[in-house]
Design a protein around this ligand. Structure first.
Ligand code: GCU
Length: 682
């Protein structure tokens, strides 16, 4: 017991030393707090939790709270009292009572106290310490607040643009070597309320479940547990067969059922606080129950039954689509709606925010409105697979809020992480804001994008009001700009094949599945462009509640941001804004380019507020982002012009590229690295 307390304290110190040792290179994220030893006294008010020694592991978060506040809270002139109190908020919520002489942080759980401690430090860092006599009360809005890591066991990260995995390596076991980093990862997550992490890719290797790998999971879990973070694993549905233990993976086969039960027991024996499984089944070639003539319900419920005795959950992904469907956007709904009400109560359907695939903008996935008798949680992509990777600085909170404002997130939420082992974790100092914003929204979806950006900037870049204002305004403009220079007005999935960095609206090589090629989505022809998902087309609109269906179905009422998502519109058709489709499209692309060029100038204006190292790194990136905006605009407009045969409106600047050259340009890169800036077209 004594040993456990000491371990937490020593490990915390280690993290602090690591922080102290670095220049401003982004490594310490939003936890750049000056260490002050001004004697802030932190007392634990529960007699059953001794001040020192003999610490029960379940109270480890209290030890961390104490050490964090001792080290980083300063000049309040008040002592801090921590208490687990049954009458305090449940669900890891907390109260902070800011009295004249003392601050009380209370929660019904140890982790809740830790969240309260980090909240108090955030208020200090952002200049918002409470007023005398004020009591703050917080309670998370989502129960499961998870990061999903698409990390492969060889250390690569699918759609990761910030280096390699912090958990896995082709070298073998790196848990001990990386323990300080993994602990800082835990600390950063706890500071924003994230309480679970899936350690491996949804395209899961069966090897994940070998005893050797599970031992590594156990050690990672021990680093994360004191910070209130549970580990979860993505599992390959065919694991029993792939590992050679059973001849089938049929979920109704007694040997298979027994295999999973034993495996789950093995996991819980080693990791008592294990969270559960995430499953990508019968999707993009991954195995699943349908391979054995069974259903998603059969598969999910079988795993849920194995996990149930231990309190574990199954997150079953709804990201399914077959190659031959006339509309990929229809498929998850068609496949899962008939199963509503048939899943066990420890199954959660994990649904991407939109019906296709993390595009720069999508309408909300219709399943969020219709699955009434099934637990559902949204999945967002923090890593910028489709938004310029770690090269483009795009602040994603405004995009997520288009969804989170409209749906129930009380069950939980998942975010595909943008974390790798690069020095600044995300490959770009500014997009650390997306990890931060994801956690904050998972905790409280009512926070505004502006408030979250403000908090982030004050904790990372500058506390000077003018700098904060300028940088947050810039951040808030980035998502709309990215949509405009990549795919405005509801255009989607016109990326280069494979890596999804640059534009290739023409990409349609023979032999590639048509639903993996842009023409399937933009449907440009002599008449116009856009996917007809109205009642006269694929009828996707009918998957929405009546009011929305009506709105989307009518070309005159459909919001312009979704126009070409739901309608095939003629080039010369007049839009409600008064312009023709072609002119409007040209103007929207121009708007995107102008905004991206504006970011370069704004960043220059921010120079006095930013340290040299991060200023220069981001200057290079903003510069590239503006060039990419031109590349996108020219490629898309020149290509669509081959169908529209119309001239650019007079006020549009001339193109910088020619279509032939752009079409011959092929960016050579794989799925596991960020775009090489020096090889992109000028
Ligand atoms: C996208 C992405 C894949 C990923 C898949 C998923 O299609 O490109 O790399 O595996 O989503 O979410 O399962």
């Amino acid at each position: 017991m004594m040993k456990c307390y000491k371990r937490v304290a020593i490990a915390t110190l280690l993290v602090l030393q690591v922080i102290g040792a670095h220049a401003i290179d982004g490594y310490d994220l939003w936890l750049r707090m000056p260490m002050v030893t001004d004697g802030t006294k932190v007392t634990i008010d529960n007699p059953q939790i001794p001040e020192t020694g003999n610490f029960d592991p379940q109270f480890a978060p209290i030890a961390i709270s104490r050490s964090e506040l001792n080290t980083f809270l300063h000049n309040t002139g008040r002592d801090v009292h921590l208490a687990i109190d049954a009458k305090a908020p449940a669900d890891d919520g907390f109260t902070i009572k800011y009295g004249a002489n003392r601050i009380d942080i209370k929660s019904a759980s140890a982790v809740g106290v830790l969240y309260g401690a980090y909240h108090l430090l955030r208020l200090q860092q952002t200049g918002h310490l409470p007023k005398n006599g004020q009591t703050i009360k917080e309670r998370p809005m989502s129960k499961y607040r998870l990061l999903n890591h698409w990390d492969n066991l060889n250390g690569t990260i699918e759609r990761g643009f910030a280096g390699r995995s912090i958990f896995w390596s082709s070298k073998g076991d790196i848990v001990d070597e990386n323990s300080a980093r993994i602990q800082l990862y835990a600390r950063a997550n706890a500071s924003i309320g994230i309480n679970g992490t899936v350690l491996n890719n949804v395209n899961a290797s069966p090897q994940m479940l070998t005893s050797e790998r599970l031992d590594q999971v156990r050690r990672i879990a021990r680093i994360l547990a004191p910070y209130g973070i549970k580990v979860y694993l993505s599992v390959n549905f065919a694991s029993p067969r792939a590992l050679g233990d059973v001849s089938t993976a049929d979920p109704l086969d007694p040997d298979v059922i027994r295999w999973w039960r034993n495996k789950v027991k093995e996991i819980y024996d080693a990791i008592p606080n294990f969270g559960g499984f995430l499953v990508k089944a019968n999707s993009e070639g991954e195995p699943g129950p349908q391979d054995f003539g069974r259903t998603h319900v059969d598969g999910a419920n079988m795993l849920a039954d194995a996990l149930k005795p231990y309190g574990g959950i199954v997150m079953w992904r709804a990201f399914v689509y077959a190659a031959d469907s006339p509309d990929r956007a229809n498929q998850a709904y068609d496949e899962f709606m008939p199963f509503d009400g048939k899943f066990r109560d420890n199954v959660i359907l994990q649904v991407k925010n939109g019906p296709v695939d993390f595009q720069p903008r999508e309408p909300i996935h219709p399943l969020f409105f219709s699955m009434k008798r099934t637990k559902v949680m949204p999945e967002f992509q923090i890593t910028q697979e489709y938004l310029g990777e770690s090269v483009h600085s795009v602040y994603l909170a405004p995009m997520w809020k288009e969804v989170t404002d409209e749906i129930d997130m009380s069950v939980g939420v998942a975010g595909v992480s943008n974390v790798g082992n690069s020095q600044n974790w995300c490959g770009n100092d500014l997009i650390q804001a997306n990890w931060y914003a994801y956690g904050r929204l998972a905790w409280n979806k009512r926070l505004s994008s502006k408030q979250i950006a403000d908090e982030f900037v004050r904790q990372t870049f500058t506390k000077e009001d003018q700098g904060v204002q300028t940088l947050t305004d810039l951040m808030l403009a980035t998502h709309e700009a990215c949509v405009n220079y990549m795919m405005p007005m509801g255009i989607h999935h016109i990326f280069a094949g494979g890596h999804h960095y640059g534009p290739e609206p023409w990409y349609a090589p023979r032999g590639v599945r048509v639903d993996w090629t842009p023409p399937y989505y933009h449907k440009a022809d002599a008449f116009g462009m856009g996917f007809d998902r109205t009642t006269k087309g694929s009828n996707n609109v009918s998957q929405y509640p009546k009011k929305l269906a009506k709105l989307y179905n009518n070309v005159n009422t459909c919001p312009e941001k979704y126009l070409l998502w739901f309608h095939h519109v003629g080039w010369t058709q007049k839009l409600p804004c008064g312009e023709t489709l072609w002119d409007r499209l040209c103007h929207k692309y121009d708007e995107g380019v102008r905004a991206a060029e504006g970011f370069v100038r704004t960043w220059e204006r921010l120079k006095p507020y930013i340290d040299e190292e991060r200023y220069e790194a981001l200057r290079v990136k903003f510069d590239r982002q503006a060039k990419d905006a031109w590349w996108w605009r020219d490629a898309c407009l020149l290509y669509f012009q081959t169908f529209s045969k119309l001239p650019f409106p007079q006020d549009c600047p001339p193109v910088r590229h020619d279509l032939q050259t752009l079409m011959q340009y092929h960016l050579r890169m794989d799925n596991y690295t960020a775009a090489p800036i020096d090889q992109l077209p000028d």
